[in-house]
Write a protein that binds this ligand. Structure first.
Ligand code: HEM
Length: 128
């Protein structure tokens, strides 16, 4: 089930994001603060919200478009996070990769929005 996949992957990002936060605090090196913030927000918060929507309204995540944005999101988020980290530690030449994969994430968000508008109003609620 797509909702469960979103939620399980999100939990891994939460652990990774908090580990990076703890590492930054322990070393007092905040170079990767934007990566930490975005791993938590893009990796954990947003997919958790999407997963919860999918639990309440399963049909929203059962479309072909949902499969497309799931994969687009799950590929573009880790690549852009790693590329952003690489850029922030001084390798500026990777900036176009950050830009292109962030663009992919934006596209995933657009597909998510379209899919939600097309499905949410006429899907039944999940009955317990
Ligand atoms: C174990 C849990 C966490 C630890 C130890 C931690 C630690 C930190 C540290 C040390 C900073 C840098 C502060 C500075 O620049 O002065 C920071 C920034 C930040 N954290 Fe966390 N954090 C944790 C969890 C989270 C979570 C769950 C979120 C979001 C859902 C979050 C969002 C942010 C944001 C938005 C910033 C600002 C980033 C920036 O200035 O570029 N953090 N955190």
């Amino acid at each position: 089930m797509m909702a469960v996949r979103f939620l399980k992957i999100a939990a891994l990002y939460l652990v990774a994001g908090m580990t990076l936060g703890a590492y930054m605090g322990a070393t007092e090196n905040f170079t990767l603060a934007p990566v930490h913030a975005h791993v938590n927000l893009l990796g954990f918060m947003i997919p958790t919200l999407i997963g919860l929507i999918g639990l309440v309204r399963p049909a929203v995540l059962e479309t072909r478009l949902a499969t497309v944005f799931f994969w687009l999101y799950q590929i573009t988020v880790p690549v852009s996070m790693l590329a952003l980290a690489w850029m922030l530690i001084g390798h500026r030449s990777i900036a176009p990769v950050v830009g292109i994969f962030s663009g992919g994430m934006w596209l995933a968000a657009l597909l998510y929005a379209i899919n939600l508008w097309m499905t949410l109003s006429h899907t039944p609620k999940n009955s317990p």
